[in-house]
Structure formats: C-alpha cells, structure tokens
Design a protein around this ligand. Structure first.
Ligand SMILES: *Cc1c(COP(=O)(O)O)cnc(C)c1O
Length: 381
C-alpha cells in the first residue's frame, strides 16, 4: 500500500536519538530548549513551547488564553477532533463555522455573519481556532480584522502547516494569531514521533504555557509568592499537567528541522505534478489563495458527484493506493451529536465530506509511486 503520508527518517536522525540514550538526560535536558529556539528562529516567533503533542499544545494554549466554563470556542468542522476537544477539556463550549468550499478552511464570510448574530445574542466566542487545512493558511487578515472588532483571541491550529507561509511570513510568526500550534506526529511535515509546539510573541502567554506543561510547578523565584525556603525549593502556582516533550523527541526534532525546507519543497513539487497530471479529469483539485504558500501536508481531490465517492475510494484502496479522508465533520461525531449538534448545520463541510479524499503525498515519495497513483486515478475517474 502506498500510504497517504509517511515520515522520513535519516541515519543522522537515528544517530541523534541514540546519542540521547547514551547521555545524562532522557528528559528535561538541553535539547528541548535547543529545539524550541530552532523553531522560533525558523518561524519568526519570539517564543516556542514544545510539548508531547499538538493536542496538549491546544489544551494549554486555551488555558493560557483564559478559556473556562461559560466561554465558547469556535473552530472549523473540517478538522481533527482535537481542535474542538481542547475547549471541552477547559469546561468551555464549542461551536463551528462552516468552511469555504474552495480552500476548505474556515470561511471568513460565514465567520462574520455568525459573529454578528452572536453579538446580538450576547454569545460572542472567547477564542476562534482557524485550522490551516492541508498546510494552507486561512484568510488570517480577515479573521484578525474580525478579532479586533469583536474582541476574540486567535488560536491557530497550524498542525499541518509548519514551513508554510502567509502574506510574506511563516505561519505561526504571530502576526495574525495570539498562539499557533504545530504537530509533529509522523504523518505531519516533520516528526518527533509524538510531539507539538505552541508559538507566540506574548511573553506572558509563553510563561503560562511553560508552567502548565509541567505541573504548574516553578523553580523561578520571581514567580513565587514568597522567598524560597532554600535551594531545593519549588512552588506549585497553577494546576498544570505533565505535557513535557522528552529529550529523545527533541533530538529527533532538531535533526528533522534541518530538512524542513527540503521536505516542504519536495511536497510542493509532488503537488505540482498532481496538479498537472490530474488537471483534465472530472475532479476538483485543491485551490490555493494568492497570499499562501502551503506546506502541502495533504493533497485533497474531490469527485464532482458524491455518488462516485465511495466507489473511487474503495477502488483506489484495492489497488494499493492508501487514500484517506481528512476529516469527518466534527459536529457529526456521535460525541458531538450528544452535545446537541445536528447533521445539516454546516452544509459546505458536509458537501466536502461527501466528495473529498486525500491521495498519497510525502516528502520522499518515489516518482514511480506517484505515477502509480496518477495512473490509477486516470483510469478510474
Ligand atoms: C494532527 C492534528 C492534531 C493533533 O496533533 P497531535 O500532535 O497528534 O496531538 C490537531 N489538529 C489537527 C488539525 C491535526 O491534523
């Protein structure tokens, strides 16, 4: 099976991880800080807080932004469930904003309309979570303008988008968001096996997230409510978690970062090959907005008529092409249906789900493998 995504592990990556195993620190050593400073330098954000997953990063980002019971977070229905679950972890409510059918990202017009209605009802969201689906940034300029008008905070779920650019800077640089979150799961652009990071330009948000990832415990006297009892002293000042990244993961991350630009270039090249080879088929190919340069985590094709969707998906799978579907609209999940969400409420998201599939795309995809994918699609569509 040609998978829809796959990690690229070099001998240098392996050596970096093995070196950690032979060193003094398996966790809480120097490599997490090194990985963080490499990330913040590359992305152009002041602070990077590395954690054990993007899900954890979303959770502590919501807490740092003050999300709690009585508050609401809005996100896109076409995302991994973690973007929405983060609000529920904080005891807050979730709602969704329908997608733009061209980019599959949160639609700024739908967002504006929903905000207008929410203001009338006194139910404005505290946080909006735009998701850079497939690695393409959302229309962050419009979302930022709306945040200035309505006073919500922006937590960008950029899990797909490390190395992607928007309006001249890297996604996560903080120009258009309070916090941005990236994932290092093996199918994503670079990997630490499990892992994630939150970037921000706000030193107070960064400090809160650092506390929350490690039990809410500090050894920094400036954060304590009194003089330390002695050099052994630490204080718990918040209710935090153990969301720390290990040194093994950070070593892999530092090593992978060196190839980030190359990974994104190769993904973009594979995407251009698909654009050309599939252009004349009765399919909708992914459209790119002018100010974005995607990291190409996913390449999503859509059949024109939903009645051919399942058949094409099954035929490709039976030929060893590992297509996948990102994502099932979150509001249609049984857990969210129990919370009161109804099918039919986000028609663009549901139309996307009825016609979309992700075809294989990863940095070291072989020319022959891409050719098999293209041949199979050309023959079946
Ligand atoms: C992968 C992903 C996550 C979760 O990332 P983990 O690192 O696996 O926790 C969250 N949101 C989106 C959009 C993702 O693709």
């Amino acid at each position: 099976m040609i998978p829809y995504g796959r990690q690229d592990i070099s001998q240098e990556d392996i050596d970096a991880v093995v070196a950690v195993l032979k060193s003094d620190f398996l966790t809480q050593g120097p490599l997490v800080a090194e990985f963080e400073s490499n990330l913040s330098a590359h992305i152009g954000a002041d602070h990077a807080v590395a954690v054990n997953s993007a899900t954890s990063a979303l959770h502590i980002a919501c807490l740092a932004l003050g999300l709690g019971p009585g508050d609401t977070l809005w996100t896109s229905p076409i995302t991994f469930v973690a973007s929405a679950n983060a609000a529920l972890y904080c005891g807050a409510d979730v709602d969704f904003v329908d997608i733009d059918p061209e980019t599959f990202n949160m639609c700024p017009i739908a967002l504006a309309e929903k905000l207008e209605a929410a203001e009338r009802d006194g139910k404005l969201p505290k946080i909006v979570v735009p998701v850079a689906l497939c690695g393409q940034s959302c229309d962050m300029k419009s979302i930022k303008k709306l945040s200035e008008k309505y006073g919500f905070r922006i937590l960008e779920d950029a899990s797909h988008a490390i190395g992607a650019r928007y309006a001249g800077s890297y996604v996560g640089s903080g120009e258009f968001s309070d916090i941005s979150v990236f994932s290092f799961h093996p199918v994503k652009i670079i990997t630490t096996a499990e892992g994630g990071v939150a970037t921000t330009n706000d030193p107070i948000l960064a400090q809160k997230m650092r506390l929350l990832r490690s039990h809410g415990v500090t050894r920094d006297p400036s954060l304590m409510n009194r003089e330390p009892d002695g050099p052994w002293y630490y204080q718990q000042v918040e209710l935090g978690f153990n969301y720390r990244m290990t040194e093994l993961q950070a070593a892999l991350g530092v090593s992978q970062m060196k190839r980030l630009d190359r990974f994104v270039e190769r993904r973009a090249k594979h995407a251009r090959n698909y654009d050309e080879a599939l252009a004349d088929l009765p399919l909708e190919l992914p459209k790119q907005s002018p100010e974005t340069a995607s990291s190409w985590h996913l390449y999503v094709i859509r059949v024109l008529d939903s009645k051919h969707h399942k058949e094409l998906f099954e035929s490709l799978r039976s030929r060893g092409i590992g297509v996948n579907l990102h994502y099932i609209p979150v509001h249609t999940q049984p857990y969210y249906q129990k919370l009161g969400f109804q099918k039919g409420s986000f028609p663009q998201a549901e139309d996307y789900y009825a016609r979309a599939m992700s075809i294989p795309l990863y940095a070291q995809m072989k020319v022959e493998d891409q050719k098999s994918v293209i041949d199979a699609i050309q023959e079946l569509v």
